[in-house]
Design a protein around this ligand. Sequence first.
Ligand SMILES: *Cc1c(COP(=O)(O)O)cnc(C)c1O
Length: 451
Amino acid sequence: MRQLLESTAARAIRYLEGLYGRQVAPGEDAIGEIPRFDESLPDDTTEAELILQMLDEVGSPASMAMAGPRFYGFVIGGSLPVALAANWLATAWDQNSALYQVTPATALIENVALRWLLDLLKLPSESGGAFVTGATVANFTALAAARHVVLEQVGWNVEAEGLFGAPPITVIVGEEAHPTLFKSLGLLGLGRSRVVKVSIDTQGRMRSESIPTIAGPTIICTQAGNVNTGGFDPIGTICDIAHEAGAWVHVDGAFGLWAATAPSRAYLTEDIKNADSWATDAHKWLNVPYDSGLAIVRDTDALRAAMAITAEYLPTSTPYRNPSDYTPELSRRSRGVEIWAALRHLGRKGVAELIERCCRHARRFAEELGKAGYQILNEVVLNQVLVSFGDPETTNRVIAAIQAEGTCWCGGTTWQGHTAMRISVSSWATTDDDVDRSIDAILRIVRHQSR
Ligand SMILES: *Cc1c(COP(=O)(O)O)cnc(C)c1O
């Protein structure tokens, strides 16, 4: 066992060190090898070391260098070494982190991590939280608490009775809500399409004046950090309107919520604490390994009512909460350990520095590409930059060429009818030098492409 785990650690270290020099996207040759995994189930046992060798020799070169410093696709983020190391150790512990009495250390660590997160993100200290797989499930979890409360207010117990015959819930969303938010609504029986959509401005922010008159059970889903522009809905104003009418306000802040930790960006999240629930990712901007998201609900009892199972064989009264009373899952890994490790390592200042640095890098991209004559399509308020290189064909050709050249990796998107390349700077590993190298490569490629 020792030999296997040590050689695997050595492989992982070699892989990570190799990311600085290699192309970000895997090459055709490497991708050509992956069908080697596609074999029939063997009858016989194979030496464990050979299994790891195969994963490393075939899998590693065919991976996208998302853990490296120059991956700017989607909103991804790498893994802080301390978070990766904590993941390794906690995985070795193999704790089924459902119940305090059975796995006290991981239950307590998650409790502390939650308290620190509420402090760092400037959210109400009495809130309950759930460590889940990502923002999709965090939205689902928080909105389940919302569903519980707005129906309880009209005398309906949704956990017991379901939605058959229940009073209808009006769900209000911005036209630019993240696609996964609609999926979460679908999973909750609230419907992906039966929502009321509110119009948005040029940055994808909900126009609060377009929110319809609220009557009856209502949930308003707002967004902190549009996945294209980084824009924030006017959440403070929306909370005022909603709370006047007894509606619930949820915030999808998968990456945007982290703006609260950075002094120069905190203005973006000023009144977000007035909402009722929040969803965010730790695997994006906190740079912990997948999969790690967080649902936060001001009314802890509502979250518990939506998520707890009370079977008699499960111990209930404990000095620290049972994580499984707050999550969709019963058995689950102790993903809060990595979050704790990242926060314990970075401290308040380190988190702020990480967020500030990514925003600074994004601004440099926008300035340099703008100076070179290319159109920046968004107000760069956070870590997201949208750039057009001309007509859609040219922009798409440039994106493909950048991905093939391999210095960095950026994806494409369509923003309000314009084809654009999206640059998201979300990794601790990205340095000034990486930004220089990436800008040089992008400009070299775009000039060559538009010749
Ligand atoms: C990334 C993202 C999501 C989905 O998050 P997952 O972690 O992939 O489930 C939801 N909302 C927004 C705004 C996002 O940026």
